[in-house]
Design a protein around this ligand. Structure first.
Ligand code: SF4
Length: 329
């Protein structure tokens, strides 16, 4: 087998619907209401497409990445910036919503375009500090000693190459009040080759306690290609958690949720959050209403050990933390 770097795999991602459909043995007629011209374009790495069941238009991984014309529906309550993140930006690329932690965009790019993404309309190009903006970010952190944790988000922060990430981490280490580094990423799930030797070395040598919050929504995203990278991340001391989004038609049933929790645990990862969908325009067809989500959670509590039950949460504009959903238990 020829090894292909993660960058090359990314470059060779499916960007044309017809090519992706052919790869998974489907024709456009198999999937009603495709949107061939979405302004949130298709992007799917082959390593992820390999986990889509061939010939199945209802595959739960396919549904997460297929642009449909429903995305054009104007649905009341769904908007472009549902969390008003533009308003919480003290500096380009830096969100300081939570007291003890800041969220920093390292890259606006993602290896996969998830149709439900709440940041699908976020102006990343204007909100990425780039290496030139780092000085002001570090200055901000020096003046805000209450910030203990820096959360790298995006986009996908692992979209940057290892030398840039290493440079960032080394300079962040000079700010003594910052103790923890968290990385919110989907990249190792969609392109397992993203877990490189250099990346592992950054985690091995940093003084920070590192947590990686992976994002996956369905057990089928976890196959043998992830075994080694996840094992390696654990070996260098990274704490691994998963967050998922509750998505209609993808994982809104008991067996999908139970399977996901157990599969994560088999890989040594704990389920952390199950998010209610952020009401972003274009994603209304994924929405699962709160009473249904609560019912599902109650059923999960019956079948899963407590440590495998994720917290059901949602986010709201101008609230300083995620809001747990009251399950009425
Ligand atoms: S990887 Fe994350 S940020 Fe990127 S499109 Fe998917 S959900 Fe959105």
């Amino acid at each position: 087998m020829v090894f292909t770097s993660w960058q090359q795999q990314w470059q060779e991602s499916f960007k044309k619907l017809d090519n992706l459909l052919a790869y998974v043995n489907l024709s456009p007629d198999d999937v009603p209401s495709l949107d061939q011209n979405s302004d949130f374009p298709l992007r799917v790495p082959r390593a992820f497409a390999d986990r889509i069941e061939k010939g199945n238009p209802g595959d739960p991984l396919l549904k997460q990445i297929l642009p449909l014309s429903q995305e054009l529906d104007n649905v009341t309550g769904f908007m472009k910036d549902p969390l008003a993140e533009n308003e919480a930006n003290p500096l380009t690329g830096l969100l300081h919503k939570y007291k003890s932690r800041v969220l920093l965009t390292l890259s606006g790019a993602c290896a996969v375009h998830c149709r439900y993404c709440f940041r699908r309309h976020f102006p990343y190009n204007e909100n990425n500090p780039g290496t030139k903006g780092w000085e002001s970010v570090f200055e901000y952190l020096k003046n805000h000693a209450e910030v203990k944790e820096v959360i790298l988000s995006g986009g996908d922060p692992l979209a940057v190459d290892d030398s840039l990430l290493e440079n960032f981490v080394k300079r962040l280490e000079n700010i003594s009040s910052v103790k923890y580094l968290r990385i919110h990423t989907r990249l190792p799930v969609v392109i397992p080759a993203r877990v490189t030797e250099d990346l592992l070395n950054i985690f091995l040598t940093t003084r920070f306690k590192v947590t990686m919050v992976l994002h996956s929504n369905h057990a089928n995203e976890w196959d043998g290609s992830l075994l080694l990278p996840i094992k390696q991340l654990k070996e260098v001391g990274v704490t691994l958690l998963n967050q998922a989004v509750l998505l209609q038609g993808v994982n809104d049933d008991l067996s999908s949720q139970v399977d996901l929790s157990y599969r994560l645990f088999d890989f040594g990862i704990l389920p952390y959050y199950l998010h209610l969908l952020d009401k972003v325009s274009g994603a209304a067809h994924f929405d699962v209403i709160k009473p249904i989500a609560i019912q599902l959670m109650r059923e999960m509590i019956e079948v899963l050990p407590g440590y495998l039950v994720p917290k059901l949460v949602y986010e709201a504009p101008h609230r300083s933390s995620k809001i747990p959903v009251d399950l009425g238990l």
